[in-house]
Design a protein around this ligand. Structure first.
Ligand code: ZN
Length: 376
């Protein structure tokens, strides 16, 4: 908890926590966490993608790696637990494993870019390590060398990640931790209705082509679409209090653990929007800007985590994306959620209880020992 506080002060902005990919603040965070890794007995390096990697080496020949990871970058004006908590729990677990003669290397990884603040492209750190960067990503960024961080799939045995829940469920059911079943897929849509701007006083209601009224209908349709759906941005271009909106843009974020259900909901909402446009005499623009399928966590590794939690395990899907979604492409991955106050995240008010962190630490340590038994 003290380390979370200290790391929370390593920022590129005065008076608030912001740490973006490859920034001097990130280098500072890597240096600080690296020093704690060394204290815990790990050998430390930074890869070509600025991922910080601490390793408790196994004496066994040809050993693979069990990785405990999360990210060290943040959003703007962030809280101090989203990401760093998982990395620091990893360091503490590794410290406990010193002298255990594990049959695998135990690695703690602090990924350099999960939030995607700098380039609006998420998971640069974990995707670089897994060799999953697209040419399109490399084209967008200045740090071209990060592709060199790629490691062979055969090096990875398992990936575990602890992360704050970022939602209110664990607090609601009074559980310190929960086990993640899937990381929900998501579709992000950018759309607009185009009508006709006109005088708000002289144009009768039945002769209007109000673009914002079209958006209003889609917002309410999304609320009833049977999936997790949000219109988080909406703007009237050139809006004024006495002008009928001529063009209104909006975003639509749709998530569900069932990919087919999510796609069907998106298709249905597009049809509804098109029907609204026809009825109201509007034009519609609709563009899918990002689509990510659901990443199921590994059943076997998840059951290791469940057993480590003990009785009355809360299993839940993650509505937010995590590095575990990327790691699940190269090895079995599982995730543990830690209860957070009010479900608040991406905000300086993020808060976790020390006793809940102790539970998470204990669960991960037990899971690592169980894996050692299985692979020993
Ligand atoms: Zn996070």
């Amino acid at each position: 908890m003290r380390r979370c506080d200290e790391l929370g002060r390593v920022s590129e902005e005065e008076g608030r926590l912001t740490r973006t990919f490859a920034s001097p603040a990130m280098r500072g965070a890597n240096a600080l966490v690296g020093s704690w890794m060394r204290q815990a007995g790990l050998t430390v390096r930074e890869d070509a993608a600025f991922n910080l990697i601490g390793r408790l080496p196994s004496a066994e020949r040809g050993a693979k790696s069990v990785i405990i990871g999360s990210h060290l970058d943040t959003v703007r004006d962030a809280g101090k637990y989203d990401g760093p908590l998982g990395v620091l729990i990893g360091v503490a677990v590794a410290e406990k494993m010193r002298g255990q003669n594990l049959p695998f290397h135990l690695e703690v990884v602090g990924f350099s870019d999960e939030e995607g603040v700098k380039y609006q492209t998420t998971y640069l750190g974990s995707r670089a390590m897994c060799g999953l960067l697209a040419a399109k990503d490399l084209g967008r960024i200045r740090e071209k060398g990060i592709a060199r961080a790629k490691r062979a799939k055969r090096e990875f045995l398992a990936y575990l990640e602890a992360h704050i829940e970022q939602g209110p469920v664990l607090e609601h059911v009074r559980a310190p931790v929960g086990v993640v079943s899937d990381i929900a897929g998501q579709t992000r849509i950018r759309a607009a209705f185009i009508g006709r701007a006109a005088h708000a006083g002289t144009t009768p209601m039945n002769l209007r082509r109000d673009a914002l009224c079209g958006v209003a209908e889609v917002v309410l349709a999304a609320e009833k679409a049977g999936v997790i759906a949000t219109v988080g941005q909406c703007a009237v271009e050139g809006g004024a209090s006495n002008v009928i909106p001529g063009r209104a843009t909006f975003t639509l974020d749709v998530r569900d653990v069932k990919d087919a259900k999510r796609r069907a909901a998106c298709g249905k909402l597009r049809k509804i929007a098109a029907a609204v446009a026809r009825r109201r005499g509007l034009a519609l623009e609709w563009e899918i800007v990002q689509e990510t399928p659901t990443a199921p966590m590994d059943a076997g590794l998840t059951s290791v985590l469940r057993r480590a939690v003990g009785s009355r395990v809360r299993t839940m899907a993650s509505g937010a994306g995590h590095d575990a979604a990327v790691m699940s492409k190269v090895c079995p991955a599982a995730m543990l959620f830690v209860r957070c106050k009010g479900g608040v995240s991406h905000h300086p008010d993020e808060s976790v209880k020390e006793s809940d962190v102790a539970v998470a630490l204990d669960v991960l340590a037990r899971a690592v020992l169980e894996l050692a038994k299985r692979h020993g």
